[in-house]
Write a protein of this length. Structure first.
Length: 263
């Protein structure tokens, strides 16, 4: 009768070595997220310039804004303070601590860049689409369509945030696009502007799973390049259902659970 081999667990050193890249990643992401660090890094080098033929030439008018307001178009090349720079540095530090030489690190980086080249193109195109909808006013048009729902607006407020993230790929971008519109509309229909702004963010999180950038990155990371359509079809209902649940909660908070809203 053969004896069964007993699996040996990793030693403390092996466990720490395995966790070390993630610990370093968390430190860099946390540091790069601090406003003080971002300000300092931007002070080192952060060229900005106004986009010709666009800066302050588009006006956002009521009810999107309280009064006609020029839409600024200033490009900021914040390559040092960008989160991606922190991620790159975390990868370099982790690789060196794991015993990889600079030549090997460069080879891994170039190989990864080649693998995600189409994904990067897709992400850039979606970001361009987000800015196009912003300056073309189509984002405000879609927002006003939701605002016309009246008493049902708290429910659709979350769906508006969901739509914004689905289009732009970023909760931050969705807040920039629809945040002020949410507040103005909330005042018009008589609910808390704070609640509407929060609904935009909360609903937006549910749209993260169907935005093109996330799906493309997930496809590359899991070896399913070319299967993005199948991923989208699979998660779309889940995303919409979760956004609807957030909308129901916001609707209840707007009219019944008003004590949950900070003042």
């Amino acid at each position: 009768m053969k004896s069964r081999a007993v699996a040996k667990g990793p030693t403390s050193r092996e466990a720490w070595l395995a966790w070390m890249p993630w610990i370093i990643l968390c430190v860099f992401v946390f540091a790069w997220g601090l406003p003080q660090v971002k300000t300092w890094l931007n002070g080192i080098h952060n060229p900005t310039w106004q986009v010709p033929y666009l800066h302050n030439l588009v006006l956002r008018a009521p009810p999107v804004m309280p009064k006609p307001t020029p839409e600024g178009a200033v490009y900021s090349l914040n390559w040092i303070s960008a989160t991606g720079t922190g991620l790159l540095l975390a990868g370099i530090v982790s690789g060196l601590l794991l015993g990889l030489n600079p030549r090997r690190l460069l080879g891994i980086y170039l190989g990864t860049l080649r693998r995600v080249r189409y994904s990067l193109l897709t992400i850039a195109a979606m970001l361009a689409l987000g800015f196009t909808t912003r300056y073309a006013g189509s984002d405000a048009t879609m927002g006003l369509a939701f605002a016309s729902t009246g008493k049902a607006f708290p429910f659709f407020s979350a769906l508006l945030g969901w739509l914004g993230v689905a289009l732009t790929g970023s909760d931050t971008s969705s807040n920039v696009l629809f945040g002020n519109l949410q507040q103005v509309t909330a005042q018009q229909v008589g609910i808390s502007p704070i609640l509407a702004a929060a609904a935009n963010s909360s609903g937006g999180v549910m749209g993260k799973m169907i935005d093109a950038q996330s799906i493309v990155v997930a496809g590359v990371a899991t070896g399913q390049v070319g299967g993005e359509g199948s991923i989208l079809r699979y998660v779309f209902f889940h995303s919409l259902a979760l956004a609807a649940l957030v909308g129901l909660l916001v609707w209840a908070q707007a009219y019944w659970l008003t004590g949950m809203i900070p003042h």
